[in-house]
Design a protein around this ligand. Structure first.
Ligand SMILES: CC(C)(COP(=O)(O)OP(=O)(O)OC[C@H]1O[C@@H](n2cnc3c(N)ncnc32)[C@H](O)[C@@H]1OP(=O)(O)O)[C@@H](O)C(=O)NCCC(=O)NCCS
Length: 183
């Protein structure tokens, strides 16, 4: 039998509890070794409840994109309208606020599929610039984003676990539909 394909779709209210579980486990896997584990668990407890995710999914200013293989969710992205830091000077900015994939599925092109889906979603929201911030110690993610065409343009302060981190900010243009494409 062929491998089941990786599929992406927008999340709906019914996905909240699965998404909460995926968000918690991928956040833990990502930051467990590069941050304080107690602060990581605190963050998970306060940010990834089913109730909060239900509210965020229902919020029109954001879209969760779910990546799955068969009936198993293995990754997600969050695209949202937000206040961009001053270093984001590109036109009509939209934030790629989260992007996480289960560890067992890294390095197979699924992360880039989630970025492409995020660019499409941002374009449908009339965005022209996709920006993000990333933990400075997360070298894998910084290299990945550079490979996906994001360029470091500055930094912003991010409060995590009672400390302020200066996170690099990256951005790239959102490809627009060509008006000159053949029919
Ligand atoms: C970051 C993440 C989404 C990347 O997804 P992925 O599926 O592993 O990446 P892909 O296989 O799609 O790689 C896409 C491109 O990035 C490059 N890339 C991926 N990881 C890389 C790394 N560690 N170093 C250098 N390049 C890397 C690949 O070579 C590929 O480039 P190519 O198309 O030129 O060959 C994934 O590793 C992840 O979920 N990490 C943990 C969560 C996290 O850190 N999220 C970011 C929070 S800001």
């Amino acid at each position: 039998m062929p491998d089941p394909v990786f599929q992406v779709r927008r999340a709906g209210r019914a996905d909240a509890s699965n998404l909460a579980e995926l968000a918690a486990s991928t956040f833990r896997d990502t930051y467990f070794l590069i941050s304080d584990p107690v602060e990581v668990e605190d963050y998970i407890r306060t940010n990834f409840t089913t109730k909060l995710l239900e509210e965020q999914i229902a919020d029109d200013s954001a879209t969760f994109i779910l990546g799955s293989i068969g009936d198993r969710f293995i990754g997600y992205a969050l695209v949202r309208h937000s206040v961009a830091p001053d270093c984001v000077t590109g036109p009509v900015p939209i934030e790629l606020s989260r992007l996480y994939l289960e560890q067992a599925f890294h390095g197979r092109g699924y992360g880039s599929a989630l970025v492409l889906a995020s660019l499409r979603e941002a374009r449908e929201r009339n965005g022209q610039t996709l920006w993000l911030s990333v933990y400075s110690e997360n070298m894998k993610a910084r290299a990945f984003y550079a490979a996906m065409g994001f360029v470091e343009i500055g930094a912003r302060d991010f409060l995590f676990g009672g400390r302020i981190y200066n996170d690099p900010v990256m951005s790239r243009a959102i490809p627009q539909r060509s008006h000159h494409a053949p029919p």
